[in-house]
Design a protein around this ligand. Structure first.
Ligand code: SIN
Length: 200
């Protein structure tokens, strides 16, 4: 299976005249921030839920035995918590390579968990929300796997390994990071509890 969204992402011009960009992370970008950033703030986006519905043929699996990693799925009224990073445009190049297995940069409104209420925000620095970017793997990308029973997803995650390590670590690191941020994500908690019953 061949998929590489790097070039598609590098055609994006939306933030071309910006010196700094807010990036919202909801998966490995929460707990593996191995890229330079100017600042990070816990944040959320509205109308999306986190789901382990994206196949990983590189970082957490192989083309023969793909792993499963997080993407976002639309759900009106939902809130997805994560971490926002203020980055410079040069950081997007390596991130596009990291997220190349089906993720596209999408413009999103992000809301800072520690920001003042919308009514109170007066200037850009202290504002409660900002326009930013999120890497999103939609259902029409070739690596998309979609929904499955949680025991089957956990079984797949328990077995998969890729160039960044065991798929199990991705799920458990995300579960720990969300817990530390004080967020309860039922989908992630359920998968992690199914995983604990699986041999690696
Ligand atoms: C993200 O974390 O925001 C995107 C998906 C991933 O890299 O795990």
């Amino acid at each position: 299976m061949t998929i590489d969204t790097t070039h598609l992402n590098q055609q994006m011009t939306h933030f071309d005249d910006h010196q700094e960009i807010w990036l919202f992370g909801y998966g490995s970008l929460i707990w593996k921030a191995d890229f330079p950033y100017l600042e990070r703030r816990p944040a959320h986006i509205r109308g999306w839920v986190r789901r382990f519905w994206q196949g990983s043929h590189d970082h957490r699996g192989t083309p023969e035995a793909p792993g499963r990693v997080a993407t976002l799925v639309r759900e009106p009224g939902a809130v997805c918590h994560g971490m926002a990073y203020r980055i410079t445009p040069e950081t997007l190049g390596p991130l596009d390579v990291r997220e190349k297995n089906g993720y596209l940069r999408v413009v999103t409104e992000l809301h800072f968990d520690d920001g003042p209420d919308d009514a109170d925000s007066r200037d850009g620095t202290a504002s409660a929300s900002a326009e930013g970017l999120v890497y999103l793997a939609t259902e029409d990308n070739a690596a998309f796997l979609g929904d499955a029973p949680h025991d089957a997803i956990a079984q797949q995650i328990a077995k998969a390994h890729g160039e960044s390590g065991p798929n199990r670590d991705y799920l458990l690191n995300l579960a720990t990071a969300l817990e530390r941020l004080g967020h309860h994500d039922e989908h992630v908690i359920s998968l992690a509890s199914h995983l604990s019953g699986e041999a690696s």
